[in-house]
Design a protein around this ligand. Structure first.
Ligand code: NAP
Length: 532
């Protein structure tokens, strides 16, 4: 087992292209010169932190080693972060372990106030946080600002949940016994999060963990570590006690850090958001100490437009929101767009019109609606899906190629019609700005196609027939359904998947359960009659 896991883990980490050396110098210079953006200065420069956060302090790796983080649009180095080893990570786990006994005893109201202060500080520093997100992730500044508000909303939501953690009193089936339950924090939690929402993926885990009274060691994504660092610094300013939240970073050492987080006996809970393959590896590793797990993994969302859709323009807007948000790099992005024959031509034409209006470019430029994809590996996958569809009869009606004149990782938003189920895009998450439109005839046929995927995170459909709405919503094998909308992310709604999209729910009133255990306390000899 050991032999099998190590090489697999290594193979699953992304090879990081060494910019600018990965592209020919001449063409790099040309590309760079055509992207004359400047990164806005942070209002609070102390939020740009190139260290790890351990026991309330900002520290480097003991070896002094670090790795570079690049702007995905230009390949320019933004800064460096510590290449933590498992030994360095041990210090973070020790800090979280030491902090747990006193943090778990804090009043829920006290933890709620901490989360509310943290929420407010995120709002107060929203522009700086959005700047960091756009810089390291590439998404347009307006989208980045939206992410900051969404990320902060988890602190607000779980500040409200913390004081409402209550147990039950349960009638016993044994005479004279009384049963109560206590909800207790699960313990030290290990988190691993991805780059596509550098702020929201981490706050969606940290907020419920702290509300429950847990402490945390989080490994932030190597492509986007600076946003997580700025959020941790704001947590420190909000009054985070030492060791309650620790943030570690690594690139080459990622598999080893992941191994430690999933096998260390003091870590009782692992929450991971990322790809299904890495999720499977982490689950195998976690089995050695049987940790409580929640996994938010890959999706390949079907988006169905029935010919009785209330309003085709609304369905087009739904696809634009769901498919092209973050240049197609969200786990709930529509990937397979199924359109019923009666409206197929009209829908495809309307969608192409909308996509023509997109403004692709560097996220800091005024008026930009869509940014780059994250790296060369993502570019390769997107190009491969387009080539594969074209070779099997798909028609590219807009886009279909790289936009090399704009910078490093830009791909033109693309629409392909006449898609068929044997194409790669039908069975694999593209994670890029490519909308493949599949024609279909009947409700039964499309639900079968939609459910053919191994994963089941989100699914969407547009229809005005209320009976069909219930039939289809109940038949789709996914964790979340959007009916007549392409936007489903909301701190109030449970977020998570079924099948190989993972298990567990984040956000909502259920999100906190992932960080609690139920202790049953049974009182015997309680059935005596009243005393004289
Ligand atoms: P990924 O490769 O699985 O990376 C995600 C995180 O896992 C990163 O922090 C990464 O660290 C870490 N990681 C990679 N290999 C590891 C290993 N062997 N051991 C421990 N940690 C490891 O995923 P991605 O391709 O970057 O992210 C996109 C995927 O995430 C998509 O499939 C998307 O659908 C999914 N996602 C799901 C949700 C959801 O809620 N269901 C939300 C967002 C994204 P490094 O950065 O250091 O490599």
């Amino acid at each position: 087992m050991e032999k099998f896991l190590r090489p697999l883990g290594r193979q699953l980490t992304r090879p990081r292209p060494k910019y600018p050396y990965a592209v020919p110098a001449v063409s790099y210079a040309r590309r760079y010169l055509t992207v004359p953006h400047t990164v806005p200065a942070l209002k609070d420069k102390s939020l740009f932190i190139q260290k790890c956060f351990v026991n309330g302090e900002w520290v480097a790796a003991e070896s002094g080693k670090s790795f570079e983080v690049q702007d995905p649009a230009t390949g320019k180095t933004i800064g460096t972060c510590p290449e933590f080893t498992p030994e360095d990570t041990h210090h973070a786990i020790a800090a979280a372990t030491t902090a747990f006994p006193s943090f778990r005893k804090t009043l829920a109201r006290e933890r709620a106030r901490l989360l509310r202060r943290w929420h407010q500080l995120m709002l107060d520093n929203a522009d700086d946080l959005a700047t960091l997100i756009t810089w390291e992730n590439g998404k347009p500044f307006a989208d980045a600002k939206g992410e900051v508000l969404y990320a902060a909303s988890f602190f607000e939501w779980f500040s409200e949940e913390a004081p409402r953690i209550t147990g039950d009193t349960i009638p016993s089936s044994i005479p004279g016994n009384r049963i109560i339950t206590l909800k207790e924090p699960v313990g030290v939690c290990g988190f691993i999060t991805p780059w596509n929402f550098p702020a929201a993926m981490i706050t969606r885990k940290v907020a419920p963990a702290l509300a429950a009274g847990c402490t945390v060691v989080a490994k932030s994504p190597s492509e986007t570590p600076f946003t997580a660092n700025a959020i941790a610094e704001l947590g420190l300013r909000a009054g985070l006690p030492k060791g309650v939240v620790n943030i570690v970073t690594g690139l080459d050492n990622t598999p080893a850090i992941g191994k430690l987080l999933t096998t260390h006996p003091e870590i009782r809970k692992v929450s991971f958001t990322g790809s299904t393959n890495v999720g499977k590896l982490l689950m195998q590793q976690s089995s050695s100490t049987l940790k409580k797990l929640s996994f938010e993994l890959g999706g390949n969302a079907p988006f169905i437009v029935f010919d009785d859709a209330i309003d085709l323009d609304a369905a087009v807007a739904g696809v634009v929101a769901s498919k092209f948000r973050s240049s197609g790099q969200t786990c709930v992005c529509a990937n397979r767009i199924y359109v019923q024959r009666g409206v197929y031509e009209e829908f495809s034409r309307k969608l192409a019109e909308k996509v023509k209006g997109f403004n692709l470019g560097h996220g800091f430029h005024e008026g930009i609606t869509h940014g780059p994809v994250i790296n060369e590996r993502a570019m390769t996958k997107v190009a491969e899906h387009v080539r594969d569809a074209e070779s099997k009869g798909g028609k590219i009606i807009i886009g279909g190629s790289k936009a090399e004149d704009l910078g490093l990782n830009f791909f033109h938003p693309t629409i392909i019609t006449d898609m068929t189920k044997d194409m790669q895009l039908a069975s694999e998450e593209t994670f890029g700005p490519v909308a493949g439109i599949f024609p279909f005839e009947t409700e039964k046929e499309v639900v079968e196609l939609a459910n053919a995927a191994e994963v089941g995170l989100a699914g969407y459909f547009f229809s005005k027939d209320v009976r069909r709405i219930f039939r289809v919503a109940e038949a789709l094998e996914v964790g979340m359904v959007g009916v007549n909308t392409g936007i489903i992310s909301d701190p109030a709604g449970p977020f998570g998947g079924v099948k190989q999209s993972g298990f567990g729910r984040e956000g909502s009133k259920y999100g906190i359960d992932e960080f609690l255990t139920i202790k049953t306390v049974t009182f015997g000899g309680m059935g005596e009659p009243l005393q004289d």
